[in-house]
Design a binder for this molecule. Structure first.
Ligand code: ZN
Length: 318
């Protein structure tokens, strides 16, 4: 999430790193606008207007409510020829998980804010053109979403590898910025992943809490054609949602998704370009004090990773 709709914390100017101060300055830009908003909801709407269409997890121009049960979905069968990747690791598995590959996409990159011109460049997402990537959000004390997503992704990899699954991370902040959203999708496709999860945390106003899973809408345009992944992605997302709620004790988001914890979007390149079952998870709201206390806790992040892993394993039949 790229949004900054809260004032910087008091500590931000003196006792934190240059990276933290950069985000604090970014936050300061939004203060003047934020005080104009009389309510949290109005503040949220205002942010949509001032930030416009951003990159891959920017607030959508429209949110499509989840359908009950898509009837046109076709199951995507597992493949046994995953691509090589420097981030991949392997261990033997037995039973239904044997030979299966999971791609985990840690949202954003801790270096993105140093490369704004590169990540602002538009890429083709089939249905549209969109920014390569975004910086992501931070907590009010400066904990970066990109730090959070990488930490949860690594914990998730450890849990899945213990089950014998092959796991590929799209990056480990081992590159200056990115990958761009089209490359993030391509990594899942070329790995012939049986499931792909993009890990994020949201950045909306205080009082908005909880997790939500973003499911791909049925879209077709250019290289985007999600008809075959809509059904299996919903299954994957529903399993992750229920397991995440169980392991973390968190509730579905109270600010979108009508309490289901599920939202369908047609504007995300990472979903539109995927040919493999894929969802995003927004684990909580970094800009809410209570949610931030969870997101900054290593113990909570382990529970989050466990819940996501349990959902993936259930989806794969393990
Ligand atoms: Zn994000």
């Amino acid at each position: 999430m790229p949004y900054d709709d809260s004032p910087p914390s008091p500590e931000s100017a003196s006792s934190v790193s240059p990276e933290r101060r950069w985000f604090a300055r970014r936050s300061g830009l939004a203060v003047g606008a934020a005080v104009l908003a009389p309510t949290a909801l109005a503040g949220w709407v205002l942010v949509q207007v001032t930030t416009g269409a951003g990159a891959d997890d920017a607030r959508p121009p429209r949110i499509v409510m989840p359908a009950a049960s898509p009837t046109d979905a076709v199951a995507v069968s597992p493949s046994s020829a995953p691509a090589e990747s420097p981030a991949a690791s392997q261990s033997p598995a037995k039973g239904p998980l044997a030979g299966k590959t999971v791609v985990i996409d840690p949202g954003h990159n801790t270096g993105n804010f140093k490369h704004t011109s590169e990540i602002d460049k538009k890429v083709d997402i089939g249905t549209n053109r969109k920014e390569c990537d975004t910086t992501g959000t931070t907590t009010n004390s400066g904990y970066m979403e990109a730090e959070f997503t990488l930490d949860v992704s690594r914990r998730l990899r450890t849990v899945l590898e213990a089950k014998g699954l092959k796991v590929v991370l799209t990056h480990q902040a081992d590159r200056p910025f990115g990958p761009c959203i089209d490359e993030r999708a391509r990594i899942g496709n070329e790995a012939a992943a049986d499931a792909v999860v993009s890990v994020h945390a949201d950045g909306v106003s205080e009082g908005n809490r909880g997790y939500h899973i973003i499911l791909p809408a049925k879209v077709k345009g250019g290289a985007a054609d999600t008809a075959k992944i809509v059904g299996p992605s919903r299954d994957l997302g529903e399993r992750i949602a229920s397991n995440f709620a169980r392991t973390t004790g968190s509730a579905p988001a109270n600010y979108l998704g009508s309490g289901t914890g599920l939202v369908v979007r047609d504007d995300l390149g990472g979903l539109n370009l995927s040919t493999r079952p894929k969802v995003f998870i927004e684990c909580g709201n970094m800009r809410d004090t209570k949610d931030a206390a969870l997101l900054t806790s290593p113990e909570w992040r382990q529970k989050a990773a466990q819940g996501i892993a349990d959902g993936i394993v259930g989806f794969l039949g393990g």
